[in-house]
Design a protein around this ligand. Structure first.
Ligand SMILES: [Cu+2]
Length: 143
């Protein structure tokens, strides 16, 4: 053969394919960080010394939890004047506020905290939302 063989040079191009799998692992938000108030030097009060001024309401308590920008349950029927405890299990501040005439309003509930309010004494359906995130809605029915 008249052709000279040309040996192709094997170039070893090692492309370092850096596969960065950035998995955003959201750990369960059971973190109850207390806000880290710098100069909080309040002494802890022994539980035995707390005066029992308020008696627990009859009929137990109604509970609402907020998680993943949702009220759970979003619809609930309660007795007039029921005590309702709202726990914020989310990672951002929420409120539970009646949209009609502010029949109830928890105010800001920090993550990991809870707030208690009294249901209206008048029967009816009370739609509510979170004033910070108005797309979060629910209905409290009193009867
Ligand atoms: Cu909210």
């Amino acid at each position: 053969m008249p052709f000279p063989f040309r040996t192709g040079r094997t170039r070893f191009a090692v492309a370092a394919a850096a596969l960065t799998l950035s998995l955003t692992a959201l750990a369960g938000c059971s973190d109850s960080g207390g806000g880290g108030g710098g100069s909080s030097s309040a002494p802890a009060t022994p539980p035995s010394l707390v005066p029992a001024t308020t008696s627990p309401p009859a009929g137990g308590g109604v509970k609402v939890s907020i998680k993943d920008f949702k009220f759970r349950p979003a619809k609930q029927t309660v007795a007039p004047g029921a005590r309702i405890t709202v726990t914020n299990d989310d990672t951002t501040t929420h409120t539970m506020t009646a949209t009609k005439g502010k029949a109830f309003d928890t105010g800001d509930i920090a993550p990991g905290k809870s707030a208690t309010f009294t249901a209206p004494s008048k029967a009816g359906a009370y739609p509510y939302d979170c004033t910070i995130h108005p797309f979060m809605t629910g209905t409290l029915t009193v009867k």
